[in-house]
Design a protein around this ligand. Sequence first.
Ligand code: NI
Length: 174
Amino acid sequence: MTLMHIITAPDPRLKAKAKPVETVDGDVRKLMDDMLETMYAAPGIGLAAPQVGVLQRVIVVDTAKEGAPPLPLRMANPEIIWSSDEENEYEEGCLSLPDHYAAVVRPQKVRVRFIDHENEIREIEADGLLATCIQHEMDHLDGTLFVDHISKLKRGMILRKLQKTKKHQAEAAM
Ligand code: NI
């Protein structure tokens, strides 16, 4: 397995729309496994392929509690086929927006259809943190970041700070 580089905002690659996967073959399976390893190493609870520079509709998530057995989910072409009217608010973060968090409101439960790592079509119902995480990762496939769900003012503040951090890192690398 290979650790992949995670792209941080602002970056045009995080605003692009990812293409559907045709078949989950060995290459896609390897991508899923590399993404999971990258996510665990970060550490994070979800990662979408565009965050590692791959414009395919692939996400991985694992919201198991620390110390509990891992519950990795590998999803290609995820689709929300039902979502609850009840909503939940979570303080969200993102590996592409390191050190920034904001409260985002989303449906509390969702039913998701996807292709798993064995190229089988599956459906699961997710609730709470898992539902939020899946919706957050699916947003990445359409170029949407969690900051796109909050006020323009707060989004601008976060993106300017990230831009500054990038500039400092570039200077430090020289
Ligand atoms: Ni994210």
